[in-house]
Design a protein around this ligand. Structure first.
Ligand code: SF4
Length: 465
């Protein structure tokens, strides 16, 4: 009996299986971070940026080419989404800034935001031009309103300029219609701990802000790690600060870690590095975690017209005359790579025990590159919910196996009346170009704690179109 006739028999035995066509979704970057220059007028002690490179301002033609990416970037929706017109450097020191802003098309109004330290001299006209451009949001840094503290933290003797700009901005906002949204950001330090409540009251009382973010400094392996680490406070202190912040009647984004949080993070990283023996499920889940990172569908664009994606992490020159085609291809490759890391070409089948289950598909979508499926399974017996392979079996015999990212689904446990951790959540990605048949069954192959493969079939098929 050839494989084709075996699968035809399966199909006939499962008359109740009905086909589902994955819903179409456009391919979009979650975020594009662009810096039009690589310098800053300050040297904040907590800054993780390096200022060693040769100074560059992006030329106007390059900027125009880069704007072709806008239709393929999601709208701003809080951290992680949208088009960052500045990211790790200060945009207002670039003499081309107002020209760039004048080139932003109306579509940018939902996507584009800049972050500024507001510490170069700015007159009313300059600020007004920024406010009248197609920018959605302006982030402003505020670490201190005390001259000595400000100048110590920023290593910039320009407190009076900063304070003057805040006051001019406040006045321009009052006389300008259709202004962008505003957010303030404060890096919480021991240096400004006593001032934090006053800073939040000030920004809320003087500006029509969307929110004020308070966060502890980034820790990484650049120059200021020790200084930043020393600014972290004990958990008892950070809990006290969080309580004080929450008692204010303002919209705040609070991302405050303590010394104890840092230690846990350090131990977790080291434990992962020490782990030498990893089974196929653990190896796959590490690779999938890269493509499921919230910053994966992301592109960083540098002032020299190069870009870096999270797949290669290498700078690549953008062909400015064909930039739209290039960005679409880049998106396709990023999506396709999601499916490449889940693909399991060497799956070895144990003797399969076919069993009954309840499989839910919460999300079944497709774009030009992949099909994404996600949901949960309530199995009929105790299995390891983290050891799951999904098999696609084509009606004409084309068979593929996929690793999955897995998780607990306590909501499903409660819904099905099971003990916590019984139901397993799953997600996987399927490369469309690999599929030869028009319709596929899905089998969920879990391992139990004795090493058996328990197979559960979804009661729908996936139709490819
Ligand atoms: S203003 Fe921003 S980019 Fe400039 S030094 Fe401070 S943190 Fe770094």
């Amino acid at each position: 009996m050839n494989i084709k006739s075996v699968f035809s028999k399966i199909k006939r035995k499962n008359d109740e299986i009905t086909p589902v066509i994955p819903e179409k979704e456009p391919m979009m970057f979650d975020a594009v971070n662009i810096d039009t220059n690589n310098t800053c007028n300050q040297r904040c002690r907590f800054c993780f940026t390096s200022f060693d490179e040769k100074k560059i301002n992006m030329d106007i033609e390059t900027f125009k080419g880069i704007l072709k990416i806008l239709p393929y970037v999601k709208d701003y929706a809080g951290g992680g989404y949208g088009f960052y017109l500045s990211c790790i450097y200060e945009p207002t020191i670039n003499p081309n800034l107002l020209k760039y802003l004048s080139l932003l098309p109306p579509i940018a109004k939902n996507k584009c935001f800049i972050t500024t330290n507001l510490a170069i001299p700015m007159n009313k006209e300059f600020i007004k031009k920024i406010l009248l451009s197609n920018i959605h949001l302006i982030n402003i840094s505020i670490e201190s309103l005390k001259e000595n503290k400000f100048e110590y933290i920023t290593q910039n003797k320009k407190f009076k300029t900063y304070k003057n700009n805040l006051e001019t901005l406040e006045n321009v906002i009052k006389e300008t219609p259709d202004i962008p949204k505003f957010r303030f950001i404060t890096i919480l330090l021991k240096e400004n701990r006593e001032e934090i409540i006053d800073l939040i009251k000030y920004t809320n009382e003087h500006f029509p802000i969307e929110s004020h973010e308070v966060r502890t400094p980034y820790i990484n392996y650049y120059k200021n790690m020790e200084w930043n680490k020393n600014q972290y406070m004990q958990k008892s202190e950070t809990e006290q600060i969080i309580t004080e912040l929450k008692s204010l009647d303002y919209h705040l984004d609070i991302n405050i870690d303590s010394i104890e949080d840092l230690e846990i993070l350090y131990e977790t990283n080291n434990k992962n590095n020490d782990e030498k023996i990893k089974d196929i499920y653990t190896q796959a889940s590490e690779k999938i975690s890269v493509v499921e990172d919230y910053e994966y569908l992301f592109l960083r664009i540098n002032p020299d017209g190069t870009c870096i994606d999270k797949k290669t992490n290498l700078p690549e020159k953008i062909p400015i005359n064909e930039s739209e085609k290039y960005f679409k291809q880049k998106l396709f490759e990023l999506y396709e790579y999601k499916a490449k890391v889940t693909y399991c070409p060497t799956y070895k089948n144990n003797k399969e025990i076919i069993a009954e289950s309840f499989i839910m598909m919460d999300k079944l979508v497709q774009n030009e590159a992949i099909i994404e499926l996600s949901g949960w399974c309530c199995p009929d017996r105790d299995i390891d919910i983290n050891k799951l392979i999904i098999r696609l079996t084509g009606f004409d015999g084309d068979v593929h196996h996929y690793h999955t990212s897995t998780r607990k689904r306590l909501d499903a446990d409660a819904f099905k009346g099971k003990k916590d951790g019984w139901c397993g959540g799953y997600t996987t990605y399927i490369e469309k170009s690999k599929l030869k048949d028009n319709e596929y069954f899905l089998d969920f192959l879990y391992e139990d704690y004795s090493g058996n493969t328990i197979s559960y079939r979804w009661n729908h098929s996936i139709k490819i179109n």
